[in-house]
Design a protein around this ligand. Structure first.
Ligand code: MTE
Ligand code: HPA
Ligand code: MOS
Length: 750
């Protein structure tokens, strides 16, 4: 099936937020932000700035008719600073003007006096001072304290992983249009239409039914628009509501980079104990999460770090502790993997360290400890339909790990200034929102009298192909041509109480809700067809490729005819579908439960070549075996696997977020922050999807794919390190991602 979006994208005809036809009388908003990382606001004066040409109004916290609060899980985030600013880029005022340039020109006349307060940027320092977002959490399995005695080898160490800029192609954006009777319609580039709706209702002091949020598509989200699209939409709505004029607010790249949160940086300590044969006996880990200046989704993200702290391995004794720490940096937020990658990087580091000490290949330890059917995770869930070992075996045979390692060794023996390295990266990722309540989705399906179909769900299209997948589910369920089906915008008036499109479950849940709605309509149509054919049992009716079959025999009836007849018989051709993932729960008082519907598995092997004179490296080849279930769309899934992998490689290698000690982002533009481009993309990426891998837990036996492939990229760190060690064998490995060329050079020569 062709992706309808691709054709529009290629022609430049797709409508992103900035392409929406401008409404009459549109005004533009720009956000004036704090230049200090932490301080008390002593004075804020905007009157003079209001006299600038083109300026219509300047909004501060005083302009908010409802509550000045946008915090989701924890109410700690004002929309506009009131008494304090807590990071550089914290929003203080919104200037509304006839043009964007005029709005920004007024910034110079806004007077703000800030009395500095101490600035903290390091999560360990915040932890020591007791600046915690929430109480520390601990997952326990077995008894680590008594397990160390049974270990032949024990390693300890520290792991730091840096943040990551989302770098969605389309920066944050919103446009708000006032409606009659204090209503407001908001176009938002958000993964969470309902969060935007709820927050705007709260800020404006309105019931939610007065706020309509509409989303056509996003130019990428990657988690960065799960929570952090909200403030911009709320500011546009506030301005539109107060001024009774449409208002648009778009951030440019630099503003977006400075003002919004990114992947959480973490600092962690580990201790790993093993038997001489490589069997892991005990693992103790403490995570210090840099939450930034507001909670945002940090606690949920930290929880997923705990869930994935043992990645794809069975460890009988585990103690994993996690603290979310306030600092004076932008509130860090969801990013593909949602804390999982940070947890997995630590266990992989610990295993590398153990391998170094035991003088064996890390892959020996990895393979030995892979999960198998029925193993228990530290959070109490048993692994079902475990494909960890199957993926490893398939990858090992298909790609001949032994030969890859031999070739690396031969190359390294014969080359002095270039070294190669390889690493294997298994991944196990839990599918479902870890907050059980969020695992619900709705759909609204209309069949029109010409047989065409309109589908609304809670899913937001952000390039991941969810619309394509839902379209597939609908056309398959009705057995009609895909061209008959249209996926509508995501709109809070058509589908209410939407969960964010996140946690990789967009297609799983909304596909299921759409299927449920379609099945209701199909039942009614079967009855109509049975009546038309004078047959008593509608169960004998089947639609196949738009033709009606009776007990397997083709009839004269078509999809179009039955639909049209149904209308004249006054049969309802619309249905609402609702899906709630069954069987999942989590008890936080015990830190045990079954939080995930299922797990996604896979194994990657990554090869790199290091230039030991310059410290630069290339990822030569990545081969991976991925458990994709029965794919709803093969090309979409391959795109997700490749894209996720490369985004993961970027996080581990070149994407370096640098904040100064006083909280200023130094890598605040495209010239200083490097994301993977075509040159840094591996010359070869092989993706093999497990065959005969149906997944009964998701729609049409598919499997979620959005996030898991990101974590294959983690192997790149270790592949590069193995190449570094080939050049300097005696020096001990350390764990501080990203492993930039500068760090490589320091390792090789200092
Ligand atoms: N792919 C593209 N092209 N753009 C995106 O923004 N977001 C990722 C992933 N793949 C993203 C993407 C993230 S963080 C998630 S959670 C999933 O897509 C969300 O979509 P899904 O649930 O439909 O897989
Ligand atoms: N993933 C992504 N977003 C979320 C989750 C999750 O597990 N829980 C709450 N928001
Ligand atoms: Mo994805 S981080 O769950 O939006």
């Amino acid at each position: 099936m062709k992706n309808v979006d691709n054709i529009l994208h290629t022609k430049g005809q797709s409508v992103f937020l900035d392409d929406i036809q401008l409404p009459e009388g549109l005004l533009y908003a720009a956000v004036f932000t704090s230049a200090a990382a932490h301080g008390k606001i002593k004075r804020l004066e905007v009157e003079k700035a209001k006299t600038n040409k083109g300026v219509i109004d300047i909004l501060t916290y005083k302009s908010i008719p409802g509550e000045n609060q946008v915090g989701g899980i924890i109410q700690d985030e004002p929309l506009l600073a009131q008494d304090e600013v807590s990071f550089i880029g914290d929003s203080i005022a919104v200037v509304v003007a006839e043009t964007k340039a005029e709005a920004k020109r007024a910034f110079k006349d806004i007077e703000v006096e800030i009395e500095p307060l101490p600035v903290i940027v390091d999560p360990r320092e915040a932890y020591a001072k007791g600046n915690l977002v929430a109480p520390v959490r601990t997952f326990v399995l077995g008894d680590v304290d008594n397990a160390w005695d049974q270990c032949d080898v024990i390693v300890e160490g520290r792991v730091d992983s840096g943040g990551q800029e989302h770098f969605y192609m389309e920066p944050q954006a919103a446009m708000a249009v006032p409606l009659e009777n204090d209503g407001i319609k908001v176009y938002s580039s958000t993964q969470s239409p309902t969060v935007v709706q709820r927050t705007i209702a709260r800020v404006l002091g309105l019931p939610m039914h007065k706020v309509e949020v509409d989303v056509r598509r996003l130019g990428g989200g990657f988690g960065g628009k799960e929570d952090q699209a909200t403030p911009w939409a709320a500011m546009a709505a506030l301005a539109a509501f107060n001024l009774k004029k449409p208002v648009k607010l778009t951030l440019n790249r630099h503003e977006d980079m400075v003002m919004t949160g990114k992947r959480h940086p973490y600092s962690s300590d580990f201790k790993l104990g093993l038997k001489a044969d490589g069997t892991i006996m005990a693992y103790e880990v403490t995570f210090y999460q840099n939450a930034g200046a507001a909670a945002d989704l940090s606690t949920a993200i930290l929880e997923r770090t705990l869930f994935h702290s043992t990645n794809s391995y069975h460890i009988p004794n585990v103690k994993a502790t996690a603290a979310s720490c306030y600092t004076n940096l932008p509130p860090f937020t969801a990013f593909r993997g949602f804390g999982g990658p940070q947890g997995m990087f630590v266990i992989e580091s610990a295993m590398q360290k153990a391998a170094e000490k035991m003088n064996i290949k890390p892959s020996v330890i990895q393979q030995k400890n892979l999960l198998k059917e029925g193993d228990t995770f530290p959070y109490g869930m048993q692994v079902e339909d475990c494909r960890a070992r199957r993926c490893w075996k398939e990858a090992e045979e298909r790609y001949d790990f032994a030969k890859i390692y031999r070739d690396v060794e031969t190359f390294n023996k014969t080359n002095k200034l270039k070294k190669k390295g390889a690493a294997v990266m298994p991944v196990c990722f839990g599918i479902s929102f870890t907050n059980t309540a969020l695992n619900q989705a709705g759909a609204l399906v209309h069949v029109y009298t010409d047989g065409s179909v309109s589908v609304s769900t809670a899913a937001v299209e952000m390039g991941q192909g969810v619309n394509m997948k839902i379209l597939r589910v609908v056309s398959h369920t009705f057995s009609i041509a895909p061209e008959r089906v249209k996926i509508e915008t995501t709109n809070t008036t058509r589908v209410a109480n939407t969960s964010p499109t996140a946690a990789s479950v967009g297609a799983d849940m909304n596909g299921k809700a759409a299927e449920i709605a379609c099945l209701q309509i199909l039942e009614r149509l079967k009855q109509v067809a049975a009546d038309l054919l004078d047959h008593s049992n509608p169960q004998d009716i089947e639609v196949r490729d738009e033709q009606v079959y009776l007990t397997g025999q083709k009839t004269q009836l078509t999809w179009e005819k039955v639909v049209n007849d149904a209308y004249w018989k006054r049969i309802n051709l619309s249905a609402q579908g609702f899906y709630a993932t069954p069987g999942i729960y989590f008890d936080r008082s015990k830190e045990k439960g079954k939080p995930f519907a299922y797990h996604v598995f896979g194994t990657a092997i990554i090869q790199v070549t290091l230039d030991c004179l310059r410290g630069i490296y290339e990822v030569d080849e990545v081969h991976l075996v991925h458990d994709g279930g029965r794919s709803l769309n093969f090309l979409v899934d391959r795109g997700q696997a490749e894209g996720g992998l490369i985004q993961g490689i970027g996080w581990m290698t070149m994407e370096e977020l640098i904040y100064s000690k006083d909280g200023r982002l130094i890598t605040d533009n495209t010239s200083t922050y490097k994301i993977p481009d075509i040159k840094s993309t591996p010359a070869k990426v092989d993706v093999f999807f497990l065959e005969d891998a149906a997944n009964p837990k998701a729609v049409l036996s598919s499997k979620a794919i959005g996030e898991p492939p990101f974590m294959y990229g983690i192997g790149t760190y270790f592949a590069i390190f193995n190449a570094m060690k080939a050049f300097r064998p005696k020096k001990s490995i350390y764990f501080d991602s990203p492993i930039t060329p500068e760090k490589v050079l320091k390792f090789l020569y200092l």
